[in-house]
Write a protein that binds this ligand. Structure first.
Ligand code: CUA
Length: 227
């Protein structure tokens, strides 16, 4: 989860988020180079006395300063496109999970396991443990096995919501009348927090997501105690 002064992206907990992190760093580096170059050129424009009274056109330099930025942008566009297709790939999932956004909570269904289903509400402040995570913890957490491909099917019952878990690189809209699909793989155990990220009404900020990533045998133990 994000803590104080964490202004960039969170550490990845999935291979796709790792790729997103690499792409972010790559793009920021190009951005810094462009900013330095343009900044340098702009300051030099202010602090010199060059004049050219006979300047009417400069075809050559215009061709250069049109094509060069286009080439630079290709270095962002191509990796971006690669990631876009990588994120959409469904890699033979071991588990399918269904999640439905409501005003204002998420409900989950494990349809592979005798259709276990439950609602997941934010823990109210007066019930929060002393070391609990304010506005981020829920009463019923999603328990999922690590190192397994997990497919999530996302929909909504009332208005637009968005199922967003930054550490996993998952952000997918939950829309009424539509079933969206994405997938992820958690490569370490831990708690991964997320929040709704479509403005969905008065309590939009209060429908968090908590995933407990556990080893597969723990998950099997948990799921067999559910019914
Ligand atoms: Cu649901 Cu914002």
């Amino acid at each position: 989860m994000a803590t104080w002064l964490n202004l960039g992206l969170q550490d990845s907990a999935s291979p796709l988020m790792e790729q997103l992190n690499f792409f972010y760093d790559h793009t920021m580096l190009i951005l810094i180079m462009i900013t330095i170059l343009v900044g340098y050129l702009m300051t030099m424009m202010f602090f010199n006395k060059f004049t050219n009274r006979f300047l009417l056109h400069g075809q050559t330099v215009e061709v250069i300063w049109t094509i060069l930025p286009a080439i630079v942008l290709m270095f962002i566009a191509l990796p971006s496109l690669r990631l876009l297709y990588l994120l959409d790939e469904i890699n033979d999932p071991a588990i399918s999970l269904k999640t439905v956004g409501h005003q204002w909570y998420w409900s989950y269904e494990y349809s592979d396991f005798l259709n276990i289903e439950f609602d997941s509400y934010m823990t109210p402040l007066n019930e929060l443990a002393i070391n609990g995570f304010r506005l981020l913890d829920v009463d019923n957490r999603l328990i999922l096995p690590m190192n397994n491909q997990i497919r999530i099917l996302v929909s909504a019952a009332d208005v637009l919501h968005s199922w967003t878990v930054p550490a996993l690189g998952v952000k997918i809209d939950a829309m009424p009348g539509r079933l969206n699909q994405t997938n992820f793989l958690m490569n370490r155990p831990g708690l991964f927090f997320g929040q709704c990220s479509e403005i969905c009404g008065a309590n939009h900020s209060f429908m968090p997501i908590v995933i407990e990533s556990v080893p597969t045998n723990f998950f099997i133990k948990w799921i067999s105690n559910m019914n």
